[in-house]
Design a binder for this molecule. Structure first.
Ligand code: GLC
Length: 535
């Protein structure tokens, strides 16, 4: 009997290394810190970890500005520490995904430094997107960087280089053979070191076309790309369909060639997941065609309101679209780029929604701290380090709130995270969230996640479909109850602000609220809650 690949329906725990656990007292998490906490991760019941970048980097964009993709930044440790981490993870039966950042390098990468010192038209400049200024000195086009401000920065000889993100992150030219070859080398480097796959950063951005063409509404487009910017859905959709630098056909050729590399590792079952924010949503499925990548992130739930009709629509759409290419969906409620789900929709809803999606077919990505119910950190503007805060002149608060280090133990901040001063402050109000406190409390969110993952592993079979259930109240597609059945488990979520009676037989095996309140006889489902019933 052949078993299914490990990554099908895997639960993957995202670790932001700088914020996980600090072992050397410098206030920033490090690789030995992660290694020392892997047993905690294993006990959660996840299958794999995804590590946000830990490579050599000036850290202008949280390590997504890579100066040497085949080495470890001293702030995180050494290559030997990376090997030890991978080794320990494998001992604990955890797979390891590394983050690969192919859209850009840091301006400190030796190639970019060489390009700066080389002449216009040189081979060194050809690895990036260097162009002459217009006759009036303005940049080659009017694109706006995703972090605000122009997408172009001028160098002393007058040429401009393209950067879709910070000016310290020059975009690579994927038409250049050196770039392709270097990334293949990087993939093999980490695979040979033992990683089991990759999360591919800005996977939809690598190939640029019509680089000299202006966009008809660059400011509108920039607003549309900002999830926190209020805009009519139709207007946003129309603008997002016109992004000139994302989702060009050429990216798929790159992933087909990478797939060959992954497959060459045979029964190691190497997998990759694409970060691809693309429009319309059907385009995301192209990244997971049989000869491309294995998974693509679905970002719908990072912004979805806690409303039955909306949740039904985005969840159902993702299942169906993925099925059209024989792939399974992915679910994520938080990551290092968006507000934490507990802050965005509230404590109870976030817990209910977590249980709901953990029972769905596909992979779940859990952002470290989500299992503790952590909210965003309370930061002052002078704490903030995100380039989007700096480049927007403070207009965009940025992503630091979700990146505040984890509270592990003790009664006072920084709750065991570091013996030094944490790089972002942990609020004293986080005491109830510490791992130490939650481990002691059978009803804590941490223990709820552990139970959910264990029941999922035991009862929900990979590849098993769901069947939406008509709600006893208003029907699945409207109203306040969302319910589905998957094998022997029925999942019911009440999104309303009042309790609801549900008429389903079976035993409640999991509830997003304190189990003391579970009334198996009348099945009164509290406001904003979710239960799993076993039949
Ligand atoms: C991705 C990362 C984000 C980073 C950006 C530029 O979206 O998730 O953190 O800032 O790419 O690399």
């Amino acid at each position: 009997m052949t078993s299914l690949p490990w990554w099908k329906e895997a639960v993957i725990y995202q670790i932001y290394p700088r914020s996980f656990f600090d072992t050397n007292g410098d206030g920033e998490g490090d690789l030995p810190g992660i290694t020392s906490k892997l047993e905690y991760v294993q006990q959660l019941g996840v299958d794999a970890i995804w590590l946000s970048p830990f490579y050599t980097s000036p850290n202008k964009d949280g390590g997504y500005d890579v100066a040497d993709p085949r080495d470890v930044d001293p702030r995180f440790g050494s290559l030997n520490d990376a090997k030890a981490l991978i080794h320990r993870a494998h001992e604990l039966n955890l797979k390891v995904l590394a983050d690969i950042v192919p859209n850009h390098f840091s301006d400190q990468h030796k190639w970019f430094q060489a390009a700066l010192h080389a002449a216009p038209g040189s081979a060194e400049r050809a690895r990036f997107h260097f162009y002459d200024a217009h006759l009036d000195g303005t940049p080659p086009n009017n694109w706006i960087s995703l972090f605000g401000g122009p997408s172009w920065t001028q160098v002393p000889d007058g040429q401009y280089y393209l950067h879709l993100f910070d000016s310290s992150q020059p975009d690579l030219n994927w038409d250049n053979a050196d770039v392709k070859e270097d990334f293949e080398k990087t993939l093999r480097f980490w695979l040979d070191l033992g990683v089991d796959g990759f999360r591919i950063d800005v996977a939809h951005g690598l190939v640029k076309e019509d680089i000299l063409k202006n966009h008809h509404d660059p400011q509108g487009l920039s607003n549309a790309l900002r999830l926190d910017y209020p805009m009519e859905p139709d207007e946003r959709n129309e603008l997002l369909l016109s992004v000139p630098y994302f989702d060009r056909q050429g990216v798929h050729e790159i992933y087909r060639s990478w797939r060959n590399i992954f497959d060459s590792y045979g029964d190691r079952e190497i997998m990759a997941v694409a970060e691809a924010w693309v429009h319309p949503p059907i385009n995301a499925t192209k990244y997971v065609r049989a000869d491309e990548l294995h998974q693509v992130f679905n970002f719908d739930l990072l912004t979805a309101p806690f409303e039955a009709a909306h949740l039904f629509e985005v969840i159902n759409r993702s299942i169906e679209l993925n099925a059209s290419v024989n792939a399974l969906p992915t679910w994520a409620l938080s990551n290092h780029d968006s507000p934490r789900v507990a802050s965005r929709i509230g404590d109870q809803p976030s817990c209910a929604l977590a249980l709901f999606v953990l029972a769905l077919p596909g992979s779940n990505y859990i952002f470290a701290g989500q299992e503790l119910g952590l909210p965003d950190g309370e930061l002052q503007d002078n704490d903030r380090q995100d380039p989007s805060f700096v480049r927007s002149g403070g207009l965009v608060k940025g992503r630091d709130g979700a990146r505040v280090p984890l509270p592990w133990s003790g009664d006072s901040t920084p709750f065991g995270f570091t013996a030094g001063t944490p790089w972002l402050p942990l609020s004293q109000s986080w005491q109830p969230y510490t791992v130490e406190n939650q481990e002691k409390d059978a009803e804590s969110i941490l223990n709820l996640f552990r139970r959910a993952l264990s029941i999922r592993r035991e009862n929900l079979l990979v590849g098993q479909n769901i069947q939406w259930l008509e709600s006893p109240l208003h029907g699945t597609k409207g109203g306040s109850i969302l319910a589905f059945k998957r094998g022997s488990i029925t999942v019911v979520m009440n999104v309303s602000d009042s309790e609801n009676v549900i008429e389903l037989a079976g035993n409640v095996v999991l509830a997003s609220f304190s189990s003391m309140q579970v009334n198996t006889a009348i099945k009164l489902l509290p406001a904003r809650s979710c239960i799993w019933i076993s039949n």
